[in-house]
Design a protein around this ligand. Structure first.
Ligand code: NAD
Length: 496
């Protein structure tokens, strides 16, 4: 057995081994405990926050052109190191390498957007708002920002946040998921190589203790969080209680509505890709297929036929289309939903538990569950695994009512060949990100990402233009250059 490696923190531009408390990191394809990740104490976190606070005055005064240079270089380094980062992701997360490379490419879009910081940070100016008086508004950074990220996109979600946060002049303490911490550390090293001064981006690894220390630290001005809904809700409350600005993105239950006029082969291909890609461990995975009218039987038949041909295996094998789940516990959890579905009255058409996959990895086959209804756990809970539920509804109106009644509202898609239906859907649906014949409508980097309802706590979406709103505060300056000879005392309230 190979020697276990150790992953620590990255503070002030230096790798640190961290203290005695550690957590296990596995290679999910082999089940092997490959790495120990240091779990930061509250003292470690306070020190990282102090380092970030010390770096802030210099970084906020760094000219915008120099900040943009760092982003351009980082964009280039991400392209150069795309395969290396993808392999790091696969070794700890399990997703197939091509999917991990796609994650790096999507994260790169956010750095690319940040290269345009010169325009994103522009202010406003109004001349002559009153006689001899001008007003202008500037955007200024907040200070130290905490970024707390989930396991399922260990490079992309950190890049959703840190590019814009530092481009706007903030300094950052990033706390990645303790399940797959190495990609974030590598990103921090690359930012240093791109010219980012020490202390501007720090990474502390850890668990709840580290997160709580960040939330309670009065120096931390803002918190960006992405993870599960219960944790997002608690982060939102705790961070807001100490007066911080907070955006907390939570979990999802994404529906794909298939109308009777849709092309069923394309819809089946899209459903299989979006439900089982990355083993369903995507916040934008389709987990519920809403079959409208008579499409249900032919669609279920087509999907069942396709899933039988999916190749599941080690993510480093180019032949694999789907890898393992993140942990043995995640696999047991997913299996329990499939086991319970029959008792709840659903029909398990394809049972992923029955599929034999070689080795000791955390693999499970894909499942297709038909005749699912709200009120069943398989429908109500976010399973976060390769399980696609089919809900049959008689009409468009019932499809919309079903989606709108769900408290998660991250993504949704409609498959139709009718423009009017698509337009109505866009108007009616109460979900933050909508796809029309696009199953995973993750916005490109020039737009912002975020769900509604219990998929996002706070009012600002992540990355894109809204991230520059989140990571800056506005200051309005009113200016007059009076002639001293006009000076007089006037106790009245100033009017124009
Ligand atoms: P998670 O909520 O368990 O963990 C997210 C982060 O919070 C990690 O850094 C973790 O260390 C920390 N954390 C966990 N429990 C905590 C606690 N009790 N107190 C404080 N911090 C805690 O999420 P996960 O399992 O890593 O990721 C999967 C979840 O993230 C899914 O629910 C998925 O839908 C969601 N997600 C959402 C989006 C989105 O954009 N809305 C994107 C990706 C993932």
């Amino acid at each position: 057995m190979a020697q276990r490696t150790r992953v620590g923190h990255y503070i002030g531009g230096e790798q640190e081994p961290g203290g005695e408390r550690v957590g296990p990191v596995f290679n999910p394809a082999t089940g092997e405990h490959t790495t120990d990740v240091a779990l930061a104490s509250a003292d470690d976190v306070r020190r990282a926050v102090q380092v970030a606070a010390d770096a802030f005055p210099g970084w906020r005064r760094t000219p915008l052109t120099k900040r943009a240079d760092v982003m351009f270089r980082m964009r280039h380094l991400l392209t150069e190191h795309q395969d290396e980062i993808a392999r790091i992701i696969t070794s700890e997360h399990g997703k197939v390498v091509s999917d991990a490379a796609g994650e790096v490419a999507r994260g790169l879009e956010n750095v690319e957007f940040a290269t345009g910081l010169m325009s994103h940070l522009k202010g406003d100016h109004s001349q002559q708002v009153a006689s001899g008086v001008d007003v202008h508004q500037v955007r200024q950074p907040l200070g130290v920002v905490a970024c707390i990220t989930p396991f399922n996109f260990p490079a992309m979600v950190p890049l959703w946040m840190v590019g814009s946060a530092i481009a706007a002049g903030n300094t950052v303490v990033l706390k990645p998921s303790e399940r797959d911490p190495s990609a974030a550390l590598r990103l921090a090293e690359l930012f240093t190589e791109a010219g980012l001064p020490p202390g501007v981006l720090n990474v502390v690894n850890g668990d709840k203790e580290a997160v709580d220390a960040l939330l309670d630290d009065p120096t931390v001005q803002a918190v960006s969080f992405v993870g599960s809904t219960p944790v997002a809700a608690s982060i939102y409350e705790r961070a807001a209680a100490t007066g911080k600005r907070v955006q907390a993105l939570g979990g999802a239950k994404n529906h794909m509505v298939v109308m009777p006029d849709a092309d069923l082969d394309s819809a089946a291909d899209a459903a299989v890709s979006a439900a089982y890609g990355s083993a369903g461990e995507r916040c934008m995975a389709v987990s519920v297929l809403v079959a409208v009218g008579e499409v249900a039987d032919p669609l279920v038949e087509r999907i069942a036929d396709r899933v039988g041909r999916l190749r599941i295996g080690d993510g480093t094998d180019p032949a694999s289309e789907m890898g393992p789940l993140i942990t043995a516990h995640a696999r047991e959890r997913v299996a329990s939903y499939v086991a319970g579905a029959t008792d709840e009255g659903a029909t398990v058409v394809v049972d992923g538990r029955e599929q034999e996959i070689d080795g000791d990895g955390f693999f499970i086959g894909v499942s297709l569950v038909d005749q699912v209804k709200p009120g069943m756990k398989v429908y109500d809970d976010e399973i976060f695994g390769p399980v696609l539920s089919v809900v049959r509804v008689p009409s468009y109106d019932e499809a919309v009512a079903l989606v709108n009644a769900n408290d998660h509202a991250n993504g949704v898609a409609v498959f139709t060949r009718d423009g009017k239906t698509a337009r109505e859907f866009e108007l009616d649906i109460e979900v933050g990100m909508v796809g029309v014949n696009v199953p995973i409508p993750v916005p490109v980097g020039a737009y912002s990402f975020g769900g509604w309802k219990r998929s996002l706590f706070g009012d600002t979406h992540v990355y894109g233009p809204e991230s520059f709103d989140f990571y800056t505060r506005r200051k309005v300056v009113t200016t007059r250059w009076p002639d001293p000879s006009d000076s007089q005392i006037n106790l009245g309230f100033p009017t124009h």
